[in-house]
Write a protein that binds this ligand. Structure first.
Ligand SMILES: [Zn+2]
Length: 330
């Protein structure tokens, strides 16, 4: 009797656990069936992607896969709508109405060769990177008759910004880059220096305020600014060449309308007029002895950035990015 009771108790236990397992498994299967969609995304360059998603709203699915729709592109179905039964999202270049009709008419006659010709296996990636924003140094003259060395009133601090861009790759080589957004993570703090009287005795910063490198140089650009007093400023300096990667176009034509020359041409933000002469001591041993002239503009160049034109792309890459002290003659 006791033996029997024990046996039926353990059978009950096993049954209960089995039923629980079946229920759990069942729920799992149902959940999977409801939530996961196999979606096909066709990009405007005819590139097709197959993705798995739990999202149903078109904009959510695109965002999840880091696909940014450009203003000149159309999305089918509408970006704010839900996924249709065919589970396909198509991104196309926006055409005028006329073109759409023409395309629709021509569509039936498009040959396989034509379709293959249009197919370019370009891979797009959305990349986010953080870049330092160098601080600026602002000098001000002492209001009272203070003697002695110059004083740093506020110590400068570099800021930080986050740049998100869409890069296109073909055979793992980046062929195009479009900046989508720039977000300031941390604003730079300007360094404020008080220039005191008789501060010439101090070793570094004060002397640089007084000495005009143009007076001793025999460089042609230096001769033009002999009488001018430079403003000393730290610039975040990078380099570029005339290739499509650096300029988006090739040919090396500057904004000033002349051909860019190495050890001569600088690109700056529009704060510095074309023709502004800038001396960069870092390059004093180069053929130009450090003397440059602003001849070019760059897309994302702000007032604290300079771009030095170099003969080859590898030279530009090798130079990288440096915070350099510059003498600006305006
Ligand atoms: Zn280049």
């Amino acid at each position: 009797m006791i033996e029997n009771e024990k046996a039926s108790l353990s059978i009950k236990k096993i049954m209960t656990i089995a039923i629980l397992l079946i229920i759990l498994f069942g729920v799992g299967v149902i959940a999977t069936n409801i939530n996961v969609n196999h979606v096909k995304i066709i990009l405007s360059n005819n590139y097709e992607m197959q993705i798995l998603t739990t999202k149903t709203k078109i904009s959510d699915i695109l965002e999840e896969n880091h696909i940014v729709v450009l203003p000149e592109e159309n999305v089918m179905p509408n970006i704010d709508s839900e996924l249709l039964d065919n589970k396909t999202i198509t991104i196309t270049k926006a055409y005028g109405e006329q073109d759409v009709i023409k395309l629709a008419e021509a569509n039936s006659e498009v040959s396989i060769e034509q379709l293959l010709g249009d197919y370019t296996p370009t891979i797009e990636k959305i990349i986010t990177e953080q870049v330092e924003i160098p601080f600026e140094t602002i000098t001000k003259n002492s209001s009272t008759e203070v003697e002695g060395a110059n004083q740093i009133l506020t110590k400068g601090k570099n800021g930080l910004k986050e740049i998100t861009y869409r890069a296109k790759f073909k055979n793992d080589i980046e062929i195009d880059r479009t900046i989508l957004s720039e977000k300031i993570v941390k604003e730079p703090i300007n360094q404020i220096v008080q220039i005191n009287k008789n501060a010439v005795t101090s070793r570094s910063s004060a002397k640089r305020e007084v000495v005009n490198p143009a007076t001793t140089s025999i460089n042609n650009l230096a001769k033009k600014v002999k009488g001018k007093t430079p403003t000393v400023k730290t610039f975040n300096t990078s380099a570029y060449c005339s290739c499509t990667k650096c300029c988006g176009k090739s040919g090396g034509m500057t904004s000033a309308g002349v051909k860019a020359s190495s050890w001569y041409t600088l690109a700056s933000g529009s704060v510095y007029p074309i023709g502004t002469i800038i001396y960069i001591p870092y390059f004093k041993d180069k053929p130009n002895e450090g003397w440059f002239i602003v001849q070019d503009r760059g897309g994302a160049i702000s007032s604290n950035k300079l771009d030095v034109y170099m003969g080859t792309h590898s030279q530009a890459i090798q130079f990288g990015r440096k915070n350099l002290e510059c003498y600006v003659y305006m």
